[in-house]
Design a protein around this ligand. Structure first.
Ligand code: R5P
Length: 259
């Protein structure tokens, strides 16, 4: 692996622990002004300091995030459909590599839709970004399994993650599931988990803990942080799970103390 690629990857996976707390705030690219993210920077300005990475779109980055923010960015580079459209998540390439570079991104995020009518389009576009990722040493995060119609079991998620890695993703984002260790075992690149829809803080911390114990290298979490009753306390609790191996009980205690 070339120096530039390794260097950018180390901006994402923190060298001290090899893990990451990515704060996902890209939801608006297909959900519009979703609850908690109506004003993106207002929502996360107190959270950013506790995140290792921000994952967002170029529109939010350019318009809402201060330019002097010292925080690595993973830029969402896929899109094209919305939650009210007929082909939700039939995504294509939305950002030119020149703009990824102009924005000084440390990584790119692209969604593949394995098992849908348009899996081929999305996997081919992922491969195209994998070529660009190697050309410019910018890590590629493949996002799998977004959408409630898709299965979220180890067999499906294992298949989707493995396909993403085979086509050149450097990191894969997926969901936690029973037998998650099988998903990790079958995937030759590091995995981070999305949080999914908002659940009680205790349960979200348990999920993050289980994912880490079973081999995930971190989280790329959105709603379970920014929709929490206390987002700043929640992200600190998640951090403790990811970087300090805090148990769910210890992490929940941190949440209670900080809120
Ligand atoms: C979905 O495509 C987006 O990338 C979200 O950022 C992702 O699902 C993670 O957010 P959440 O933890 O809210 O599921």
């Amino acid at each position: 692996m070339d120096w530039g690629m390794k260097n950018r990857l180390s901006r994402i996976l923190q060298p001290k622990t090899g893990r990451t707390v990515m704060l996902a705030i890209d939801h608006g690219y297909f959900m519009g002004p979703t609850t908690g993210l109506e004003k993106p920077w207002e929502a996360i300005k107190d959270l950013a300091q506790y995140a290792d990475v921000l994952m967002l779109t170029r529109g939010v980055l350019r318009n809402c995030v201060p330019q002097d923010l010292d925080k690595p960015i993973v830029l969402r580079v896929s899109g094209g459909t919305s939650i009210i459209g007929k082909e939700m998540l039939h995504e294509g390439m939305t950002v030119d590599i020149d703009d990824v570079i102009r924005l000084n991104a440390s990584g790119m995020a692209y969604s593949i839709m394995v098992g849908t009518d348009y899996e081929r389009d999305t996997i081919l576009d992922l491969s195209r970004y994998a070529d660009l990722a190697e050309q410019y040493n910018i890590p590629l995060l493949a996002v799998t399994a977004v959408g409630k119609e898709l299965g979220k079991d180890a067999r499906y998620l294992g298949l989707a993650c493995r396909i993403a890695a085979e086509h050149g993703a450097h990191l894969v984002k997926t969901y936690y599931c029973d037998d998650f260790e099988k998903v990790v075992e079958g995937c030759p690149v590091p995995i981070v988990i999305a949080g999914g829809k908002k659940i009680p803080e205790k349960d979200a911390l348990q999920m993050a803990y289980d994912a880490i114990q079973k081999g995930a290298v971190g989280v790329d979490m959105g709603r379970n942080i920014f929709q929490s009753e206390n987002p700043v306390a929640m992200i600190q609790a998640v951090r403790a799970v990811v970087h300090d191996n805090a148990t769910p009980e210890e992490a929940f205690k941190i949440f209670e103390e900080k809120k």
